[in-house]
Design a binder for this molecule. Structure first.
Ligand code: SF4
Ligand code: SF4
Length: 418
């Protein structure tokens, strides 16, 4: 059955893009941002997760960090951003990437950094992407979202904005993201009110008690709340011990998500919590190299945005293009093979939890075949006692720091990042 026959059979409108896949097709509605799956009758059996684990023709969730430059210096930055890297992709190279994503039918990209809006060609690249049928979701600290830009975004159907905020109060937020960053984010949200933007929160030990407050802030601005797990990646490794939620708090997050999960986006952040008993909404597997990957500012392709380390480096788009890396790299082929459960194989919750997050295990020094450091049964904590944490192999921090107590208010960096 060809794609157009599938489109008719599934009664999909003309605004829905269809991408052929082994099991049928992936359908993405650019209006509702809804992703769905059209399966051939002959392949209607079997879980979609299994199909995902074998990898897709192109990523569903492609993160593209446009620059390592940033005007803040968040203590948990997953990419250790700060200074621009002189090797960053040029405007022409970035446009060539977009052309390739269009050919591969990557429906949208999650653009981040660094702070992507500090790139002089940022808005030009956003316009180029949407003109080439690649939707854009970009994450920002809000510092460059003024009334004029908000108005532009309001009129652009294919661009979604995500404002980062890690505390529902300035005190909690600014301890992580820097002094003044709470006010900056709130000002941006005021401009964006009613545009349906997303409010993105990394859950930490300091803000678990504020989950209801984050929801209230999102509701007040007509935004959708997105919660992300803190991973020990980038500078997150320096603060993971002090900031990652305690065992008791993980249970609170789980209960909260059970109650609100349908209204909150979580990506693949919390599938390890399924080991408490119920599966939560979201992607319930590690998609690294299978449905997820990262293009970093210099064109390196990693298995996942939280795995910036040479171990997870699949190739560089400057060599043979992104499609080649995605489809041919040895690393991605390996990740699409069935993974060993190791010490988790005897756990009754393995089918739900899948051993948790590869990046969290790697950077805390745990074996990839084995429990997540935040295993809800406590097996991760036991294993951590003898583990040696690893550091990301890339660091563009402006000021290197030792572990920062969360009560210390960090000043935003005032050096030019570009
Ligand atoms: S390594 Fe962790 S963050 Fe990356 S895709 Fe897997 S589960 Fe998600
Ligand atoms: S032992 Fe492994 S599979 Fe079981 S809950 Fe812990 S991380 Fe998940």
């Amino acid at each position: 059955m060809d794609v157009e026959t599938l489109r008719r059979a599934a009664r999909l409108g003309a605004d829905t893009a269809l991408r052929p896949e082994r099991f049928g097709a992936l359908a993405y509605d650019f209006g509702t941002r809804r992703l769905s799956f059209v399966r051939r009758r002959s392949q209607a059996r079997g879980a979609l997760n299994e199909e995902f684990e074998r990898g897709l023709d192109a990523p569903i969730c492609l993160t593209w960090e446009l620059t390592y430059a940033c005007n803040l210096a968040c203590v948990h930055c997953l990419s250790s951003s700060g200074r621009r890297d002189p090797r960053e992709l040029t405007t022409q190279e970035a446009k060539a990437v977009i052309d390739e994503l269009e050919r591969m039918q990557v429906f949208y990209v999650n653009i981040g950094g660094g702070e992507p809006t500090v790139r002089k060609d940022f808005w030009e690249l956003v316009e180029y992407a949407t003109a080439h049928h690649v939707g854009v979701k970009f994450s920002t600290n809000g510092s460059r979202i003024d009334a004029h830009r908000a108005q532009w975004l309001r009129g652009n159907d294919y661009v979604d904005v995500q404002i980062s905020l890690d505390g529902a109060t300035a005190q909690v937020n600014d301890a992580v993201r820097g002094e003044g960053s709470y006010d900056t984010a709130i000002r941006a949200m005021e401009h964006l009110k009613g545009t349906g933007f997303k409010l993105s929160v990394v859950i930490t030990r300091e803000n678990v008690a504020q989950l209801d407050d984050f929801k209230a802030i999102a509701d007040h601005f007509g935004a959708q709340l997105r919660l992300t797990r803190l991973r020990p990646s980038g500078r997150g490794a320096d603060v993971w011990d002090t900031l990652h939620p305690t065992q008791q708090q993980q249970r609170i997050v789980y209960e909260w998500l059970l109650e609100h999960g349908q209204q909150v986006l979580t990506g693949d952040s919390f599938f390890h919590l399924a080991a408490y008993g119920q599966t939560l909404p979201g992607l319930n597997l590690c998609g690294a190299g299978r449905v997820v990957c990262l293009i970093d500012p210099v064109g390196d392709v990693y298995a996942c945005p939280f795995a910036i380390h040479e171990t997870f480096l699949a190739g560089n788009i400057r060599e043979a293009g992104f499609a080649h890396v995605w489809r041919e790299s040895d690393l991605f082929r390996e990740l699409r093979e069935p993974q060993a459960a190791g010490a988790c194989s005897s756990c009754g919750m393995y089918d739900a939890c899948r051993g948790g997050c590869m990046a969290a295990k790697f950077f805390t020094g745990l074996p990839l075949a084995g429990p997540d450091p935040e295993c809800v049964l406590g097996h991760g904590e036991d294993a951590l006692a003898t583990a040696t944490p690893r550091k990301s192999s890339v660091d563009h921090s402006i000021r290197r720091r030792a572990m920062v107590p969360v009560t210390v208010v960090e000043r935003p960096c005032n050096e030019s990042p570009v």
